[in-house]
Design a protein around this ligand. Structure first.
Ligand SMILES: [Zn+2]
Length: 351
């Protein structure tokens, strides 16, 4: 008799991914693996639909229906596609209400590739309370190997949210679980950090100490600070930085965010920046009225239609724009990134 409480062992061994490496760099999208080079311009930290877990189940009559949410997602993703966006990296983990089937249908109908995330945002589920790093990693690895929740839809990212500085025991547990998951699956790690307390440093160091190549780590929400010295120090570890809240009307304004992009490019790190809005098609927290009043620019078209032209007007070249929007997401996701070198200091002719 099958014991329903005992999950089928996965039989996963660290290093398994080495035998599955392909000649053409691949990215796992919600429609299956795709050559990285086919993704097109990519928004590196967004959400399709964010829902508070358990609410729809507790009060199903409150709506909106799943099909209404899907329709809205398809409409907004189609607009992104018409603005030139080929792919979005959906950072909606299970604790933000990830719905893999919705992601799949939204990708099919809109024509925008979607890369989904395993891992966890900043909530601390009771279920995780007494688990070890290996037990948590098994959950994430299960997503990557067999698919999310009984589907065959798999993640292309491992997300971990850390906000305390110094990291607390739970943050460290999650980071170790992410490192194990990365080792087995080869997926990149994307961090939710708090740039104001510089929580990225310790997280990157812990991941590195557990064998994660910094070139596969994206330090999210780094654009929430204008402390370029902090960002350059992070970059010196070899990581990617998420400058990922354009149009959000939180933290630095968009001019200040663009200035950071330009300074980091000027310092030789254009190969390490990942742009996005951290917006969504649907968030059960927000009303349309609230969004219109408070965050009018917080949508997928803002970067392609407003930020990129502004950067070009300020002297950022077409090739650099392509680097930011296409090459960087692809190399981070597929693990084909060259090591960037900081621009050498111009020698002082008088010395
Ligand atoms: Zn987010």
């Amino acid at each position: 008799m099958v014991n329903a409480e005992t999950p089928t062992p996965l039989g996963i061994q660290p290093g398994l991914r080495a035998s599955h490496m392909r000649a053409v760099p691949q990215v796992q999208t919600v429609l299956g693996p795709a050559p990285a080079s086919t993704l097109g311009p990519t928004l590196c930290h967004e959400h399709v639909a964010i829902r508070s877990p358990g609410v729809a189940e507790a009060w199903p009559a409150m709506g909106p229906s799943k099909s209404a949410i899907l329709q809205r997602c398809v409409r907004l993703l189609s607009r992104a596609q018409r603005a030139g966006i080929g792919c979005i990296l959906d950072h909606t983990t299970f604790d933000l209400g990830r719905d893999p089937l919705l992601l799949r249908v939204a990708a099919e109908r809109s024509g925008v590739s979607i890369v989904a995330a395993t891992g966890i945002w900043t909530t601390r589920p009771r279920f995780f309370g007494h688990k070890t790093d290996e037990q948590l990693a098994e959950l994430f690895i299960r997503d990557a190997v067999t698919g999310f929740g009984g589907t065959n839809i798999r993640p292309g990212l491992i997300k971990v949210g850390v906000t305390s500085e110094p990291l607390d025991a739970f943050d460290r547990l999650l980071l170790r679980a992410a490192a194990i998951t990365h080792d087995v699956t080869g997926l990149p790690v994307t961090l939710h950090t708090d740039a104001s307390n510089r929580s990225g440093f310790e997280a990157v160091e812990l991941l590195s100490a557990h064998g994660v190549d910094p070139a596969r780590v994206g330090v999210g929400h780094s654009g929430d600070t204008t402390d370029v010295a902090y960002l350059l120090e992070l970059l010196s570890h070899g990581v990617f930085l998420g400058l990922d809240r354009f149009g959000s009307a939180t933290g630095p304004d968009d001019n200040a965010r663009m200035q950071v992009v330009m300074e980091l490019c000027e310092a030789g790190f254009a190969e390490r920046l990942l742009l996005a809005h951290d917006t969504n098609c649907w968030n059960d927290r927000d009303t349309d009225q609230w969004r219109t009043q408070n965050r009018p620019n917080w949508h997928f078209e803002y970067i392609p239609n407003t930020i990129l032209p502004s950067l070009e007007l300020r002297g950022v070249g077409t090739e650099t724009i392509r680097q930011l929007m296409e090459t960087n997401p692809q190399t981070w996701l597929a693990g084909t990134s060259p090591v960037p070198r900081a621009k050498p200091e111009t020698p002082d002719p008088n010395s």
